[in-house]
Design a protein. Structure first.
Lengths: 540, 434, 188
């Protein structure tokens, strides 16, 4: 069945899509230097771990319906929540947008033929795969430490933390190579006429993200190296028996892991900044504010790590400083939300699936962000630290935020990447199931946390059971929505209607070439004369 | 102040304070939530393109410096208020209470151990009279745990190798769960204790029904340690100084160090100076104090610190509390229960069932079901029968005969439970024979 | 990409990479600072057990190797490939000497019963010099690759970017040692 585009034009190519997808076979992918193929490989890999991590989540929630030793043991539960966290964070949420969509679209959006260092790009993917292999190898003695690996427990547990540490080190190296590549690409390879203020906002957000990746990731590298050396060589930096300090591990760990949440959210915000103007047919409101706020978030984000450690016994002075700085990051974040909403004012809005997800991002991320207001407040954080309140907060920001942004980007750019259209008829019910399921699963957890249910509990006092059951049922609805959405992707890949070059009538450069693009991206490198948000005027 | 979310009335003043902070943030956030999400939904509906309508014309609005300024300033003021109010509550929580009773709390996988000024000890039960502020001095013997009383809205991590502190104001009678809130291993979710706050009269009456605890108060134990460990060779208690500073100056005063900085001689300072005496030497004294690492255990250090505190002149209230009796683990109300029933309750409250299930299911250690009288294979390859003597030994010296296939992590209860309790537990285990 | 842009891109890339290395070593240096403040006596006593003569020799060796690599770059900027190969070889040789001396130091320490788990000072000593040593090894591999390609006539006056960026990396490795040597061996 052939779908027409919004403006009624018939899609050009009646056959299967060609462009960069032309060359087939294993080596055409495994040894490709084409950023688009590398991006696609990253996308498949990260989405696989999204599903794997999701299966662990469903198991976690099933156990939590019935506290006690039923179904499977507490030790298995501890492994499940550790692997859920580690896989989701390191193998999905961090790399999906930057290494997946970023790799594909940064050169296209800036009018370049590829990234600055294509071979380094390929290397980053294979280092990523190597990291995955090493992480999977550690499953012979699976992790039971929580994804935060706090010492002394992680230095002493029988789980194979040493192998996993090397795996994460490799994943980190892959991140660094990607970040380096993007930084140089954005600086040096923009098309003629594309000044910094004519760049799409997705590029600004990827630039800020790359700065964080380059500066923060080495710290997690050295952290895991030290943890491995603690286990293997008996080095005692984190061992009180040797004069070490277990809290030092937390400082090192969070010095990376806090900025990394901005690696997770900034690219998603960049996607929202692309989608809202297109589907409101109106210029983005506050371009410079949004652009600079991304860089501000990246900068401030380095100075707030202590807010994960308010109850470790840190001095009052340190706690006060971290609390104050934590609130300062909220301001540039809020600015973006206001600017997106102002973009919609007097727009001419349609609700195709990219826009549905973008609006959902704003809605859910505001909840996530506002609940962060409690956590920055010293007196309030003490109560809800290490409870389900925190779990709910980070799922609202990472799933309601990053994942919704990713899905907005996938639905927006699917036609460009694959040359085919998705089915709106499948996309909408999938979205609705996800929205309802997500809120039921996680809003209940704010209440559970406030009522005192700690996190990482395989069983719990009976009073918490009712809400746990509700939350689990929510997870099934969420899972159903996700599966339906993946079914839409699969259908789209094989039977989606051929996509025109510009189904959304967008102005950024990736839409001014074929769907899918040719291997060299553009026949001729365009000369840019204006910013990509000139949507105002009469809409045809 | 009446609290909005507490389940029931406020158990402690901190509950009310923290809940008021939550309420404030909620009300303000709810306002902005409705405003922002409301505008989002409103614009989405109002400016939607209608099917078949004439093509809309959208204005070329690119920004507004005025609006940017407004929506930077207002959120700044809002978050500043959140920060400040949060800081106030935090400051109140952290303010030391004069005359607070010191109770040492040690976390270890997977139980809480409480040590009182009178030298007594209880496991998984913190029993205090209402109205008397308490200073908890927290630490851990193994990995990081966290001491969390949801009803009080308070939490503090328990870190090995360090002390952290938490002040409690037990205002209202009741039993309040204490939960471990930092993941610490397989039995993290069953590492729990109870805070039992009793009306002072009831507390006194309950205490009288107890046997007097054998043994010295914590401070008396500390005094004995100071005498036999050689401290008095260099530190006089009062009067003419010897090599090092006098001990009778109490705790909490500021001292000037050799490197010119000033520190407070609090519990953490004393503990550090005993284990690492060269770290913070007081100015004007030679750096010759030996280290007691390896010769004084953390429990010993806790007792010594209690002793040093008792030497301070203005600690009259603390001395009074020192006379208070034990919070030994005993049956409430002094009911005479058959030994096995008592043993069952002890097995729960002492934390045994955190690791040993009574019903045959697998936890950290062997299940109690069918344990009594069974042949067990030991870690070192030998065999043993789990008879009364074996069980007694395993409870007192758990590391002596570990069953093969189980981790060597059981704590030792020698000196921590009475003979009578030990027999009761064994009587209970007998009843679980298959 | 035209050659000028390629050169600028490579230069920006290597500087960004060096920033990541600063952060990597920075973690260890931070641990050094924290534990030095905590255990001044231990650091004083233990640092005397390090061989300052060997450390000083190694410092001269590494600085010398930075000189040789700089001379190599100066040579290829004038198109003198033969001279480039000579200086690259000298640099690799000096790097090898550095590692050889480190090997002697390490075995000496082990012989005296000083291992990474002996105490915090030696944990830091072995971790810092060990991580640095790995970077020296990686640098030797990079220099060796550049030498090999120079032999194949890949570089000239107009194109020698890989030589420049490898040289920059090598200077960084030298710089890290210049911090390590006084902090570990000299400061009392």
């Amino acid at each position: 069945m052939r779908e027409t585009t919004r403006n009624g034009e018939q899609p050009q190519n009646g056959d299967a899509p060609r462009g960069y997808l032309e060359a087939k076979g294993f080596w055409a992918w495994a040894y490709t230097l084409d950023h688009k193929r590398i991006g696609v490989m990253y996308m498949y890999t990260t989405l696989f771990f999204f599903l794997a991590g999701g299966v662990f989540a469903l198991l976690i929630r099933i156990k939590l319906m019935f506290p006690g030793q039923h179904i499977f043991s507490n030790q298995t539960y501890n492994v499940l929540f550790t692997m859920h966290g580690a896989l989701m964070i390191f193998l999905f949420v961090i790399p999906a947008i930057p290494s997946g969509l970023g790799n594909f679209f940064i050169p296209l959006q800036i009018g370049a033929r590829d990234v600055a260092f294509p071979r380094l790009n390929l290397l980053s993917y294979w280092v990523f795969v190597a990291g995955i292999v090493v992480i999977l190898a550690s499953l012979v003695r699976p992790m039971d430490t929580g994804w935060t690996f706090y010492t002394p427990y992680s230095a002493r547990t029988a789980a194979d933390v040493t192998t996993l540490s090397f795996g994460i080190f490799l994943i980190g190296m892959s991140s660094i190579l990607t970040g380096l590549n993007f930084l140089v690409t954005i600086h040096k390879l923009r098309a003629p006429g594309m000044t910094w203020h004519r760049m799409p906002l997705f590029i600004w957000s990827m630039y800020a993200t790359s700065i964080i990746q380059v500066l923060a990731t080495p710290v997690v590298g050295i952290t895991f190296l030290l943890l491995a050396m603690e286990r293997v060589l008996g080095v005692g930096f984190f061992d009180p028996a040797k004069g070490g300090d277990p809290i030092l591990f937390q400082h090192f760990f969070w010095f990376y892991s806090h900025p990394v949440v901005y690696v997770m959210i900034l690219p998603a915000m960049g996607i929202i900044s692309e989608v809202i103007p297109v589907f409101s047919r109106k210029p983005i409101f506050g371009y410079k504010a949004i652009a600079y706020s991304s860089v501000a978030i990246a900068g401030f984000g380095f100075f707030v790590w202590g807010h994960h450690m308010f109850v470790t016994g840190m001095s009052g002075t340190a706690a006060i400083i971290f609390s104050l700085l934590t609130y300062s990051v909220a301001i540039p974040t809020a600015i973006k939300v206001f600017n997106w909403i102002a973009t919609m004012y007097r727009g001419s809005i349609t609700f195709e699936s990219p826009m549905l997800y973008a609006l959902t991002f704003i809605f859910l991320f505001v909840v996530g962000g506002l609940t962060g207001m409690y956590l920055g407040a010293l007196g309030a954080d003490i109560h809800v630290h290490d409870t389900y309140f925190i779990v709910a907060h980070f799922h609202y920001t990472m799933v309601g935020g990053t994942v919704m942004g990713l899905l907005a980007g996938l639905h927006y750019w699917f036609p460009k990447m694959t040359g085919r259209m998705l089915s709106e008829a499948m996309a909408r019910p999938a979205w609705l199931l996800m929205f309802i399921g997500f809120n039921v699963t996680f809003f209940t957890q704010f209440i559970l946390g406030f009522e005192g249910m700690p996190r990482r509990y395989a069983e719990y006092p009976a009073q918490y059971q009712a809400l746990n059951i509700v939350s689990t049922v929510g997870s099934w609805v969420l899972a159903a929505g996700i599966l339906l959405m993946f079914a839409n992707f699969v259908r789209g890949l094989f039977r989606g209607a051929p996509a025109p070059p510009n189904p959304w009538k967008a102005l950024s450069l990736e839409w001014q070439t074929g769907s899918p693009p040719p291997t060299e991206n553009f026949e001729e490198i365009p000369t840019v004369t204006d910013w990509p948000y000139g949507y105002a005027g009469k809409q045809t | 102040m009446a609290n909005a979310y507490a389940l029931g009335e406020a158990a402690s003043r901190t509950t009310g304070q923290v809940d008021a902070l939550f309420l404030f943030i909620t009300v303000v956030s709810l306002f902005f939530f409705l405003l922002v999400e409301g505008l989002l939904i409103y614009f989405a509906i109002k400016y939607r393109r209608r099917k078949g309508a004439e093509a809309a014309e959208t204005p070329d609005i690119r920004g507004s410096l005025f609006l940017e300024t407004v929506w930077i300033l207002i959120p700044t003021i809002v978050v500043a208020s959140f920060f400040y109010y949060g800081y106030i509550v935090f400051r109140d929580i952290r303010t030391p209470s004069p005359g607070a009773t010191d109770i040492h709390v040690v976390g270890r996988q997977w139980l809480f151990e409480f040590r009182y000024p009178d030298g007594s000890l209880s496991i998984n039960e913190l029993r205090v009279p209402a109205g008397g502020p308490v200073k908890l001095i927290l630490s851990s013997d193994d990995v990081i745990h966290s001491f969390y009383i949801p009803a009080y809205r308070l939490k503090q991590d328990m870190v090995p190798g360090q002390y952290t502190t938490l002040y409690l104001h037990p205002d209202k009678e009741g039993t309040y769960p204490i939960l471990c809130a930092e993941y610490c291993g397989v039995a993290h979710s069953t590492m729990r204790a109870d805070l039992i706050v009793m009306e002072p009269g009831a507390f006194a009456a309950w205490r009288e029904k107890k046997e007097a605890p054998a043994g010295l108060s914590l401070a008396e134990q500390g005094k004995a340690l100071v005498e036999k460990s050689g401290c008095l060779g260099c530190h006089a208690v009062e009067g003419k100084e010897k090599v090092g500073p006098n001990l009778g100056q109490g705790i909490g005063r500021k001292v000037l160090l050799a490197d010119g900085t000033t520190v407070t001689a609090d519990e953490e300072y004393l503990r550090e100076s005993i284990y690492d005496p060269k770290a913070k030497v007081v100015k004007g004294y030679p750096a010759v104090m030996p280290t007691f690492k390896g010769s004084l255990s953390p429990d010993d250090v806790g007792a010594i610190i209690a002793y040093l505190k008792s030497l301070s002149g203005d600690k009259a209230e603390d001395k009074k509390k020192e006379g208070e009796k034990a919070v030994e683990k005993e049956e409430m109300g002094g009911k005479e229960a058959p030994a096995a029933r008592k043993g069952k309750e002890l097995a729960e409250t002492l934390g045994c069932t955190g690791c040993h299930s009574p019903d045959g299911s697998a936890r950290v250690g062997p299940s109690f079901q069918g344990l009594f009288g069974r042949q067990v294979e030991l870690e070192d390859g030998g065999k043993a029968t789990a008879d009364e003597a074996y069980l007694r030994e395993s409870i007192n010296h758990s590391k002596a005969k570990v069953v093969k296939g189980f981790p060597n992590v059981m704590p030792e209860f020698k000196g921590k439970i009475s003979e009578e309790d030990l027999s009761a537990i064994i009587a209970y285990l007998k009843t679980l024979k298959q | 990409m035209d050659p000028a842009t390629a050169r600028e891109a490579a230069t920006l890339g290597i500087w960004a990479f060096l920033a990541t290395e600063v952060l990597l070593f920075g973690g260890l240096f931070t641990a050094y600072i924290i534990y030095r403040i905590k255990f001044p006596q231990l650091f004083y006593e233990d640092h005397l057990k390090l061989d300052r003569v060997l450390g000083a020799v190694n410092t001269v060796v590494l600085i010398g190797s930075s000189l040789t690599v700089a001379l190599g770059i100066a040579a290829i900027r004038k198109g003198r490939v033969g001279l480039l190969k000579l200086y690259l070889s000298l640099t690799i040789l000096l790097a090898g000497v550095f590692l050889g001396i480190k090997y002697m130091e390490y075995t000496g320490k082990f012989h005296h019963g000083l291992f990474p788990d002996t105490d915090i000072f030696f944990s830091l000593y072995f971790m810092l010099t060990g991580l640095h040593g790995i970077h020296v090894l990686a640098g030797m591999a990079a220099l060796g690759t550049v030498l090999f390609l120079a032999g194949k006539g890949r570089y000239s006056e107009s194109y020698h970017t890989p030589v420049e960026i490898t040289g920059l990396y090598w200077h960084f490795v030298d710089l890290v040692w210049i911090y390590l040597f006084p902090l570990l061996y000299l400061v009392g």
